[in-house]
Write a protein of this length. Structure first.
Length: 239
């Protein structure tokens, strides 16, 4: 057997399986935790992303990262896309391109045991000690000059700070907060109304900009044929 043939067979044998596939693997990352994303790939984002890329016939690898790092990896092209981020991130993360069909809407809300706190816009929160998730830009930008701002990495850390009295207010998303409060057996009330309601989108690295129209059409189709509602009810509906 000739040396070139041996070399070819060696490379072929040791290449990862996705390197041999016709369509390259697409790495989608998320900075979200349960119930949106989990290691078992059964969260809302896991199942929605899987369905989207199945319909595009593109092999998908879903990656969980801390919120800030997921943006860094997406912007640098380490990963190919980022799921569920607010509009306008591409002003800072200039290598990211937004897919214009929204994935979900979030109600950004304030939670506290002090029911006398009145929420009347961002300014009304600033005199207090506030906790947020690191990498949630809507909170980082609007509460940068709060009296005391504590940043943590996980929802569990955030709500434990609140339950222990180390912060006055926890800023989080209403739907996910219900999941975590039930899981942690705590019950701080929401300080209604929500401080903001925002649509969230998939972003892809600019090298995949040609995929944006296809992704837009597929997401719209999933909503129209009832698949989106079935996945939402199976993963996010509160009992």
């Amino acid at each position: 057997m000739t040396r070139p043939l041996l070399t070819f067979l060696f490379v072929l044998f040791f290449l990862p399986a996705d390197a041999l596939s016709k369509t390259p693997l697409f790495r989608m990352n998320s900075g979200a935790s349960e119930p949106l994303s989990n290691d078992e790939q059964t969260g809302f984002y896991n199942r929605i992303a899987t369905e989207i890329f199945r319909r595009l016939d593109i092999p998908l690898k879903y990656v969980r990262l801390p919120s800030e790092r997921s943006l860094i990896h997406g912007n640098q092209g380490i990963d190919d896309g980022v799921i569920a981020r607010i509009e306008g991130l591409d002003k800072k993360w200039r290598n990211l391109v937004r897919v214009p069909e929204e994935i979900i809407s979030w109600e950004f809300s304030a939670f506290s045991y002090d029911v006398d706190i009145e929420v009347k816009g961002w300014e009304s929160l600033k005199p207090y000690s506030v906790g947020i998730i690191r990498g949630w830009h809507i909170y980082e930008e609007n509460l940068a000059d709060a009296n005391a701002l504590t940043k943590v990495s996980t929802p569990k850390q955030l709500f434990r700070l609140l339950s222990s009295g180390r912060i006055d207010i926890a800023m989080f998303e209403r739907l996910r907060a219900q999941y975590w409060m039930k899981k942690l057996d705590i019950n701080p009330p929401i300080l209604a109304p929500e401080i903001a309601k925002k649509a969230l989108y998939i972003y892809v690295h600019k090298k995949h900009a040609a995929l944006v129209p296809k992704l837009t059409r597929v997401i719209a189709a999933i909503k129209k044929d009832g698949t989106y509602e079935r996945i939402f009810n199976a993963t996010l509906a509160i009992e």
